[in-house]
Design a protein around this ligand. Sequence first.
Ligand code: AMP
Ligand code: MG
Length: 406
Amino acid sequence: MIPVEEAIDIILQVVQPLQPVRVPFHDALGLVLAEDVHAAEPMPPFRAASVDGYAVISNDPAPVRRVVGDQSAGYIDDLQVTTGTAVRVTTGAPVPPGADAMVMVEFTEEQDGRVAINTTVDPGSNVRPVGQDLTEGQLVLAQGTLMGPPYVGLLAMIGKTEVLVHPKPTVGVMSTGDELVEPGDLPKPGQIRDANRFSLMSAVREVGGIPIDLGKVTDEAGKLKETIERGLSSANALLTSGGVSMGQLDLVKPYLAERGQVHFGRVRAKPGKPVTFATIDGTPVFAMPGFPVSALVSFEVYVRPALLKMAGHTRLNRPRRRVTLSHDVSHTTGRTEFQRAIVTHGTDGEYTAITTGFQGSGRLLSMHGANALLVLPYQQGDFPAGTEVEAIITGPLQETDREFDR
Ligand code: AMP
Ligand code: MG
């Protein structure tokens, strides 16, 4: 049995970012950049008017100026501003040579081809100089950037129509167990519905991966082998649930050991002691315990950082906070326990935690409403109210005096 931290270290040593691929820039949302992106040209590429109005010479003493033409956006007219003249210019249009300022139309009066300026004019006012927003050659987006909407816009702006990114990991997800039926089916005596395949596929999607549904398999070596092999041929990583405990029909671990390399098979954790990590021909395989909470908590602790790393992320960890327990929390030494909790914070900056009630590994409702996992170290026993413990923050924090659902 190895400590949780060691298990995570092993996983992150083995798992590597996926080979970058070139994609159309507009498909890059949610992906991590695998190259530095520089601007080939300045932005704006010409001196641009930032208002509708008149291009003038700022220190021109003429009280009224002759309007010598129109310059609107989208082309460059052959116009020149000289002392005593002005050009009518629209927002986004090039400011004609000679002019060093734009006067907003709101501060002018035009009559019979002449315009009066009713304001003081500072040099450079309302003119966006060349390269104000981006200079030529500037680093616009660095490798490792998670692409959000403004970044897609920046790629469009600089004409970078294809970009190198890490792909989203595809993750084959399967459930094992003779007792499992599909959610839409009526369980016969002794049967239950398969919950894990769907919670795990959702967790994969939430962290930015692409789940591949491998279905559920019965506890038969042949079926198990066939499904794992199908997963290996179609996905970047595999997730199984069930069949890794000590029962006679827990056949997942033996197959992983026979077919690949098992890096660990027991972790000093509760829930999730039998969680198993293997690689088969380089493909990471995470074998999760069957209890629905064990499967999802194990996903959170071991699989989530791995999938983030595969997708090219460099920040793999959730934020952690010291939180004060609002009530006694019982805990047996020997395994690091992850209790589901609701963490709130007061205006004094203090974080307070209450657990979500009975912490049974089958009670999926113990994850409902939780925004944190309390980390109760294996060396220490019960924690009385008022104790500070560490919490992994998994969801949005609420303010203490706000109402919340339980
Ligand atoms: P196992 O890890 O296969 O020994 O399963 C542990 C417990 O989790 C048993 O009570 C199983 O019935 C239950 N279980 C296993 N797989 C699933 C699943 N896919 N959905 C819901 N419960 C499951
Ligand atoms: Mg089972």
